[in-house]
Design a protein around this ligand. Structure first.
Ligand SMILES: C[S@@+](CC[C@H](N)C(=O)[O-])C[C@H]1O[C@@H](n2cnc3c(N)ncnc32)[C@H](O)[C@@H]1O
Length: 430
């Protein structure tokens, strides 16, 4: 069968997604001999339920198409107020009944940055996606504005950073840029090592002192409560530099990380600290007792984590009154009104570069190293809307804040505040 799914509510793109999916379904039905199923999706659970149902009925998918919005880590479902996305772990747990020669097409923005390659590997199917952004057109060979209800609608690839802004629109309307063709990914093309294992020594050499990350450290200092008698969990702890700073004040510090290589470095750093221990994670399960943690911190690691499954675990391990602090980098172009702050941060960065020349030298060695570049390729930074809307929806009433603004990337920080009742964390659609 051919399965075409489209999202209906996320970011108000719905009428066009539906029309694009229906145009595609009509064209497929005209040439394909088997059934073509075209369905609108609100919640991610409908997707996994549908795959399960098809598998139980012994149906095989020859072509799978998704038309909708995508974050850096794949399709978005739900709504802007409560976005939903399958995390890498959730995809890996899913069974999709693909036929042997199946293909999967993601007609959505940025699906070829990371997700299409991941999907190809995970499900052993050839997968297609767009590196840049998508728009809607009544033609597939060039951009043609959809004029009437009877026009066919196609999701097309529009090259360029700002395809959604003025420049992108100009390029589209003047047809000065050819459309982007879908990029394909085969299951065998990539041998992925997403871990920090290969870069552990380089990373450790650069980040011995957490305070070199001035903005992040200052924000944490302002938001960490009194740590006497407290158990702090550091998720994605890396070489343990944050726990090194906290060790003298906390009762217990627990670092968890997926990389065995980086945990070795952490163990070396903390050889003398009897109140600090480390665990290796294999999946989003925390090897900790219920209600055993006061504060959970994730510093520059949240983008990698399996959000919903991990949040469910945090709900379990946090004590009543527990708190979650998250600081991470996101991709987002600077906004006009942010330019004065951007310039101030840029100036501070140059001053810091000058003051900490040794650190800057080793940092530039790290980021220019081929192993680092390889690792980054498999661990992209999330888009702002993915992380901001995720956190603000799971913790109603709490807001993220930008603590450093760059030209194309910023640092986002989030403090859940003390959580008296874990059921105030919304992990199901409210
Ligand atoms: C940029 S480093 C940050 C390390 C440390 N928090 C710091 O600020 O120096 C990201 C860390 O996240 C870890 N990581 C990546 N994926 C992970 C996962 N799924 N679960 C736990 N840790 C993960 C990496 O191994 C790495 O140590």
């Amino acid at each position: 069968m051919i399965l075409i799914l489209y999202t209906t509510r996320y970011r108000q793109g719905s009428p066009m997604f539906k029309r694009a999916a229906e145009t595609l379904a009509g064209e497929k039905a005209a040439v394909y001999k088997g059934p073509v199923l075209c369905r609108g999706i609100v919640h991610k659970k409908e997707v996994s339920d549908l795959f399960r149902q098809l598998a139980e009925e012994g149906k095989y998918i020859h072509e799978y198409h998704f038309v909708g919005h995508s974050g850096m880590y794949g399709p978005m479902y739900g709504t802007v107020e409560y976005p939903e996305q399958f995390s890498p772990h959730e995809w890996q747990q899913m069974h999709i009944p693909f036929a042997a020669d199946a293909r999967a097409y993601f007609h959505c923005c940025r699906s070829a940055r990371w997700f299409a390659a991941f999907f190809a590997r995970t499900f052993s199917v050839e997968t297609f996606g767009y590196y840049w952004y998508t728009g809607f057109s009544r033609r597939t060979d060039y951009f043609g504005r959809v004029r009437s209800e009877s026009d066919p609608v196609y999701a097309i690839g529009c090259k360029g950073r700002k395809s959604h802004g003025i420049i992108g629109s100009l390029k589209k309307y003047t047809r000065s840029e050819p459309l982007e063709k879908m990029r394909s990914f085969s299951p065998s093309e990539f041998t992925e090592d997403r871990s920090y294992d290969k870069v552990a020594a380089l990373y450790d050499a650069v980040f011995q002192d957490i305070k070199v990350r001035r903005d992040e450290w200052n924000w944490l200092c302002r938001h960490l409560p009194d740590l006497q008698d407290k158990t702090v969990l550091d998720i994605g702890c890396g070489n343990g530099a944050l726990l090194k700073e906290l060790a003298p004040t906390v009762q217990q510090g627990i670092g968890v990380d997926v990389s065995a290589g980086i945990l070795e470095k952490a163990a070396q750093m903390h050889a003398q600290n009897t109140n600090i221990c480390f665990h290796r994670l294999q999946g989003p399960v925390l090897p900790l007792a219920d209600q055993s943690v006061d504060i959970a911190v994730s510093l520059l690691s949240f983008r990698y984590l399996d959000w919903d499954p991990l949040m469910a675990e945090l709900k379990r391990v946090l004590k009543p009154g527990g708190r979650i602090l998250i600081v991470d980098m996101i991709t987002v172009p600077v906004k006009k009104r942010e330019i004065p702050v951007f310039l101030r941060h840029k100036l501070q960065m140059y001053i810091q570069k000058y003051r900490a020349r040794n650190f800057q030298r080793s940092l530039s060695e790290l980021v220019n190293h081929p192993d680092w570049k390889h690792m980054i390729k498999y661990n992209p930074i999330r888009a702002e809307h993915e992380m901001k809307w995720y956190l603000e929806s799971r913790f109603p009433g709490r807001r993220t804040e930008k603590i450093n603004i760059g030209w194309n990337a910023s640092i986002l920080a989030f403090d859940s505040g003390p959580i008296e009742h874990m059921n105030t964390i919304h992990l199901t659609y409210p």
